[in-house]
Every structure is written in C-alpha cells, then in structure tokens.
Design a protein around this ligand. Structure first.
Ligand code: GDP
Ligand code: IMO
Ligand code: MG
Length: 425
C-alpha cells in the first residue's frame, strides 16, 4: 500500500476515523499529525463504539504501530485516560508512541481558551474549549512546553518562571484565578510517569519503515475548511489539517507521500461559529441533523447541517492535492425525495457567479448557493457492498459529485460499521 494522507475535506467530522480504521488494516504505521483533543474520531466495529481524541484510529489492530506526531498538542491527562480506557477494553497499546517534541496543553491553556471566547462575546469562535489555540500560540511564540520538558524539572521550572507571570497578568486583569508554578509542575509530574513508556523519538521507526517500503497512513484531524491558513479564518482551528500538515506534523518529507484521500460527507456539517453558505436553518436541516445523528463527538453540541458544497469541495481538492475522495453518510439520504448540490455561489447584489471559493468572508456575506437538484433513491442502501448494488439514483448522485469536484470517489461509506463500505474500482 502507498503512503496515504487521510484528510477532512470539509469542516471536520466527515467520518475520517472510519476510513482510517478501514485502511489501517493494510498499513504498517498510523500517524496523527496535528490537532489535539479537540478531535473526536469514532470507530464502530461490531457492537463496539470507540471515540478517539488523541490516539490514532488504527490502534484497534493488535500490534499496529501508532504514532502521535510532533505537530499535535497533547493534554497528558486526556491521553492517559484514553490509554486506560482502551486497556480496559482489552486493546493493545504497547505500540503507541508519542513524539517528545509535541507540545503540552496545560491547565492555563484551557483557562485562556475560555477567557478568549468570553472576551470575544458575540464574535466567539465556538471552540471546543480544550486549550488548543493557546497551546499552539505558545508553540509559535516559542514559549511552549514540549512533552520532553515534562521529564526535566529544571527546564520546566525555568520555562514556567517566564511563562506564568505573563499569563497571570492577564488572568488578574480579568479577575480570574491565577496559576501557581508548583501546581503546574505537579500536574506534569503526575502524568509524566504513566506516559514515559510511550514517549519516543519516532524518527528511527520512520526511517526503518521507509527503508523497508512499509506503508504509512497519516490521520488528519478537523478539516481543510478549519485550517488556520486555508479555512474560514478566524473561524478555524489553530493548526494545519490540510495534507501538507501531514509532512510537517510527522517529520516525513512530502515526497514520501503518494496519495491524499479527502473524506467528505454527502452533505456538510459544521460545529461552532463561522460561515456556512449551504447551511439549512429549517426543517430540512433538522432532518439531516436527526437522521445523521449529528452531535459533536467531543463537546456533544448539535452540528449545523446543510447541502453538499461543491465550491468548497473543489477548493479543498486544490489545497489538499486530493487524489481521491471517500464519500461518507450517503445512507442518510435514503428517505429523501430530492437531494441538492451547491455547484456555485451567486452574489445577491449583482448576480455575479462564483465557481471558485472566495476566501473573503465579507464578500461571502453577500453570496447565496446555486443548487442543482437530484432525485433521491428512496431505499435502504446500508446493506450495499459493491457499487452495482447501489440504486441507479445513488450512482448518479455519486458520479455527479465526481464531476463537480473533479476528483474520483474511491470509497463510498453506507453506514458507520467497518463492513458498510464500498471500495470503488
Ligand atoms: P471524524 O471526526 O471525521 O472521524 O468523524 P466523527 O467520528 O466525529 O463523526 C462521524 C460520525 O458518523 C460517527 O458517528 C461515525 O460512526 C458515523 N459514520 C461514519 N461513516 C458513516 C456512514 O457512512 N453512514 C452513517 N450513517 N454514519 C457514518
Ligand atoms: P474532528 O477531528 C469538527 C472546530 C470547533 C470550532 C473550531 C475551533 O473530530 O473532525 P478549537 O477547539 O480547535 O480551537 O475550535 O474548530 N473543531 C472541530 N469541528 N470536528 C473537529 O475535529 C473539530 N475540532 C475543532 O468546533 O469551530
Ligand atoms: Mg469528529
């Protein structure tokens, strides 16, 4: 198998984990390359449902090497809880490794995330409040604590002597509790020991894998439209979910990567604030939300729902360099009479048509979707296993999506289960 990046094509929650779990069987290594416990990745196998926040979704295969890369941000408490939860279910975690250069989310990052959202008021981002933005701020600002610092009290203490007074001035200003160095050191110590066996420089594993032509699967979190550079800024996360992030966040140059598969829902969902041109704020939206069971995996928030947006999908194909699409949740439409696809945007002021995604959010306020309407198939497709099993109208829908996105659909998912998958030849 080639080295493949699995990336969210939309605003996250596209079903990436299901696709990772599926492809992980044939991969040698699975790497999470960015984001933190803002991610909620669901894998359903038989009667078991697993929800991952930091651990790669390939962990369910015994002995599979799973790496948490340098580009991630790690709340050690969440990671330990996740490891313990898996062990209790009898899952082998002995081949899980965490990069020592990944950054640590500390309690003050979470408090800063909350404070920032509070200060923004009506303009809030709608973050997961997991401290993700502030952890990446410290990384880029060169004041971050890395996993390896948890094992060197002298370094940790010196760093905190600089960081904490800066943070505490802010907390004092806003009448919030301040953070005490000794408590942060104790927090790090508490989790450093149970994590020790997992902390390992992954370059040796990666070198060996590449020299033996083993295959690597890169697990993206979030999605292209939440990318800090390419998404709907500032309503984005603070990392680079796009495929290029896989290289930076794992330490594997991009010439080693052969394929990029974008995961797209057959419709679109978004959690948190920010533009969403095809959003349905009516009963149709509620219907998608209910049938698709669209609740955030991490925060439990209701996901906003809308029609498939081919304009952002084409943009996503460009910024990710997609070689294929995995289309998920098409079964959610089983009972729909009609399905819409947004093929362009129209400027309501002058009728100008936009076929390419305009990044300017101010302009987006004046745009409305131009829809194409396709007939539904009105039958249960969750049992289909090969492409020709699908009803004619479902096949038409899929081939129309290929045309409007310009990318081949290589996988079609017709349910949450591993087996509810069609590999397109
Ligand atoms: P991720 O963050 O991209 O991994 O996606 P989430 O796990 O947050 O959300 C996807 C949800 O859709 C999960 O509950 C999956 O079990 C479910 N799911 C994935 N693929 C399908 C599918 O083809 N059909 C249906 N009905 N559910 C799916
Ligand atoms: P997975 O990996 C969907 C959204 C938040 C918010 C914005 C910024 O499961 O697809 P953050 O806490 O990252 O600073 O929040 O990004 N967000 C996600 N939305 N799926 C995710 O992850 C998300 N991770 C963050 O809702 O709008
Ligand atoms: Mg999710």
């Amino acid at each position: 198998m080639a080295n493949v990046v699995i990336v969210g094509g939309q605003w996250g929650d596209e079903g990436k984990a299901k696709i990772i779990d599926l492809l992980a069987e044939k991969a040698d290594i699975v790497i999470r390359y960015q984001g933190g416990c803002n991610a909620g990745h669901t894998v359903v196998t038989g009667d078991q449902t697993y929800k991952f926040h930091l651990i790669p979704s390939g962990i369910l295969y015994p002995g599979k090497i799973c790496l948490i890369g340098n580009g991630t941000v790690i709340n050690p408490q969440v990671l330990i809880e996740e490891i313990e939860g898996l062990k209790q279910k009898g899952i082998d975690t002995s081949n899980l490794y965490v990069s020592p250069t990944a950054h640590v989310t500390l309690p003050y990052h979470i408090a800063l995330d909350e404070l920032n959202e509070e200060s923004l008021g009506n303009n809030k981002i709608g973050t997961t409040k997991r401290g993700i933005g502030p952890t990446y701020m410290d990384k880029i600002g060169r004041t971050g604590i890395r996993i390896e610092d948890m094992y060197d009290e002298e370094v940790l203490s010196k760093k905190l002597d600089v960081i904490l007074p800066q943070k505490n001035i802010l907390f004092e200003h806003y009448n919030k509790p301040v953070f005490i160095k000794e408590e942060i050191i104790q927090f790090c110590k508490k989790y450093a020991e149970p994590l020790r066996q997992y902390v390992k420089d992954p370059s040796e594993i990666i070198r060996n894998a590449l020299s033996q032509n083993q295959s690597i699967l890169f697990e993206g979190a979030q999605g292209a439209m939440l990318d800090v550079d390419h998404g709907t800024y500032p309503y984005v996360t603070s990392s680079n979910p796009v495929a290029a992030g896989a290289s930076i966040g794992s330490g594997i140059g991009f010439t080693y990567i052969q394929q990029v598969v974008g995961v797209f829902k057959a419709y679109v969902t978004r959690v948190g604030e920010g533009p969403f041109l095809t959003e349905l704020k009516d009963m149709e939206g509620d219907r998608l939300q209910q049938i698709g069971r669209e609740f955030g995996t991490t925060t439990g928030r209701k996901r906003r729902c809308g029609w498939f947006d081919a304009v952002t999908a084409r943009y996503s194909a460009l910024v990710n360099g997609l070689t294929g699409i995995a289309l998920t949740k098409i079964d959610v439409f089983d009972d729909f009479d009609e399905i819409k696809i947004c093929i362009a945007y129209k400027d309501t002021r002058n009728g100008q048509i936009y076929e390419h995604y305009p990044a300017n959010l101010k302009l987006q306020e004046f745009l409305e979707p131009v829809y194409e309407v396709l007939p539904g198939w009105k039958q249960d497709i969750s049992g289909c296993r090969i492409f020709s099993d699908l009803p004619k109208n479902a096949r038409k829908f899929i081939s129309r999506l290929e045309q409007v996105t310009g990318v081949s659909i290589v996988i079609v998912s017709v349910g949450p289960g591993r087996e509810q998958t069609i590999i397109c030849s």
